[in-house]
Write a protein that binds this ligand. Structure first.
Ligand SMILES: *Cc1c(COP(=O)(O)O)cnc(C)c1O
Length: 375
C-alpha cells in the first residue's frame, strides 16, 4: 500500500458540526460557522477581521483587489512559490517582480529585496514556505522605509510564530496589511476547499466582504458600483474548519513530531540537504518535510520521486519558479531574470509524506526508502 504524501485527520467535531448544519438548514454562507471561523482565525493570526472565501488562491485575488493594485503597479514576490501568487498580480494587470530564495530556508531572501524596489513598486507579497517563516524584520524595514503595502501569504504556516530581533513573538499572518490563508486538506486547518483574507483595517475588511459577495449595492441590492466575485464560503465548509481550529495545537505538535522523526531517521544521509530545525527567529513547524538532493547526487528530484513511488512512497515536487513558468514568460514577464537558488531547488527538491495522519512507522519506511536511493 502507498504511503500518501498527505492524509488529513477529521476525528474531532467535524461530523457533529456538519450534522448541525443539516439539521438547522444552515448550509449557505449565511450560516453561523462562517462567522465563527472568521473570528477564530483572526484571533490566532493577530488580526482583527477575517473574511472567509472559497480557497487560498482567490484570497490572494481579493487581497490584490482590496489594496487597489492594478495596471502600472509592481508587486515584489518570491519566485519560489505557487502560481496563485503571481496569477493574482497578473490578473489585476499589475507587474510581478521576483526575488530569489534563501538557500537555507527556501524562503524569499530579504537581502535581495532592496534591489527589486522601483518607484512603481506598490506592494511586497511575502510567502512563508514549507516550515520556516520569512525573516520579517528586514522585510518590514523596507516596507516602512519605502511606504509599501504588505501582502502575507500564510497558507502553509497557520499557527507559526516569528520572533523578532526586538524580542516580540509575532504570529505568522499578523504582519500583512492583508494576510491570506488556505484551508486545502494539506494545510494546518482544512475545510476541504477554503481560504481566508485577514486584516486589521476595518475599511479593507469591509471592501473584502463586498468584493467576495458580488459588490451588491448598499441601497438597492442589485445596483452595483463595482465588479466583485462570488467567492463565498459555505457554512458546511466552515463547520469543518471550526472543528479543525479546535485541534490546531495538536496538529502543530504532530507536524513538529513528524519533522523530528524524519530528522532522526535521515541523520547521516549526506546526500541530501534538509531545512534547519530552527533559525534565530523561528522553530521549524514542518508543514511539509522537504529534502534537496546535493549536487553530487547523479540524478534529480524527478527520478528520485519516481523511484520512491515504486517503493510505495508518495511525494510531491517542490514549486517551479515563477520566472520559469511558460504562461508568464510568454506574456513577456521576467526577461533576463535568473534566480539560481530557486532554479536549483526546483530541480533537486521534493517533499516526503507529511500529513497529520502519518505514523512513526510510515516515516521510518519513507526515510528508509530515501536512504535506499543512494545505495
Ligand atoms: C496552498 C497554497 C495556496 C493556495 O491555496 P488553495 O486553497 O489551494 O487555492 C496559496 N499559497 C500558498 C503558499 C499555498 O501553499
Amino acid at each position: 500500500m502507498m504511503i500518501p504524501v498527505n492524509e488529513p485527520l477529521l476525528t474531532g467535531n467535524e461530523a457533529k458540526y456538519l450534522v448541525e448544519c443539516v439539521e438547522t438548514g444552515w448550509i449557505s454562507s449565511e450560516g453561523p460557522f462562517v462567522r465563527k471561523l472568521e473570528e477564530g482565525m483572526a484571533a490566532i493570526s493577530g488580526q482583527r477581521y477575517g473574511v472567509a472565501v472559497m480557497n487560498g488562491s482567490v484570497a490572494l485575488d481579493l487581497a490584490i483587489a482590496a489594496l487597489r493594485i492594478g495596471p502600472g503597479d509592481e508587486v515584489i514576490l518570491p519566485t519560489f512559490t505557487i502560481i496563485s501568487c503571481a496569477a493574482a498580480v497578473v490578473r489585476a494587470g499589475a507587474i510581478p517582480v521576483v526575488v530569489d530564495a534563501n538557500p537555507a530556508t527556501w524562503n524569499l531572501d530579504p537581502s535581495k529585496l532592496q534591489a527589486a524596489v522601483t518607484p512603481r513598486t506598490k506592494a511586497i507579497m511575502v510567502v512563508h514556505i514549507y516550515g520556516l517563516p520569512v525573516d520579517m524584520d528586514p522585510v518590514m524595514q523596507i516596507v516602512r522605509d519605502r511606504g509599501l503595502k504588505l501582502i502575507e501569504d500564510s497558507a502553509e504556516l497557520i499557527g507559526q510564530v516569528y520572533h523578532s530581533r526586538s524580542g516580540d513573538a509575532c504570529m505568522v499572518g499578523s504582519f500583512g496589511d492583508v494576510a491570506t490563508v488556505s484551508f486545502y486538506p494539506n494545510k494546518h486547518v482544512t475545510t476541504g476547499e477554503g481560504g481566508m483574507v485577514l486584516t486589521s483595517d476595518e475599511d479593507l475588511a469591509e471592501r473584502c466582504r463586498a468584493l467576495r459577495n458580488l459588490c451588491f449595492g448598499k441601497k438597492r441590492r442589485f445596483i452595483h458600483e463595482e465588479l466583485g466575485w462570488n467567492f463565498r464560503m459555505s457554512n458546511l465548509q466552515a463547520a469543518v474548519g471550526v472543528a479543525q481550529l479546535e485541534v490546531l495545537d495538536r496538529t502543530i505538535k504532530k507536524k513538529r513530531l513528524i519533522g523530528s522523526w524524519y530528522n532522526e531517521f535521515l541523520e547521516g544521509v549526506t546526500e541530501v540537504e534538509l531545512q534547519e530545525p530552527r533559525t534565530p527567529y523561528a522553530e521549524n513547524i514542518y508543514w511539509v518535510y522537504g529534502i534537496v538532493l546535493k549536487d553530487e547526487v547523479p540524478f534529480d528530484a524527478e527520478e528520485a520521486m519516481s523511484r520512491l513511488a515504486s517503493a510505495g512512497i508518495g511525494t510531491r515536487p517542490f514549486f517551479w519558479p515563477m520566472h520559469e513558468q511558460p504562461v508568464l514568460t510568454r506574456m513577456g514577464f521576467f526577461r533576463d531574470v535568473s534566480c539560481p537558488v530557486a532554479e536549483r531547488i526546483a530541480r533537486r527538491g521534493f517533499y516526503l509524506p507529511s500529513g497529520v495522519a502519518l505514523t512513526r512507522d510510515q516515516a521510518e519506511q519513507s526515510a528508509a526508502a530515501v536512504r535506499a536511493l543512494f545505495e
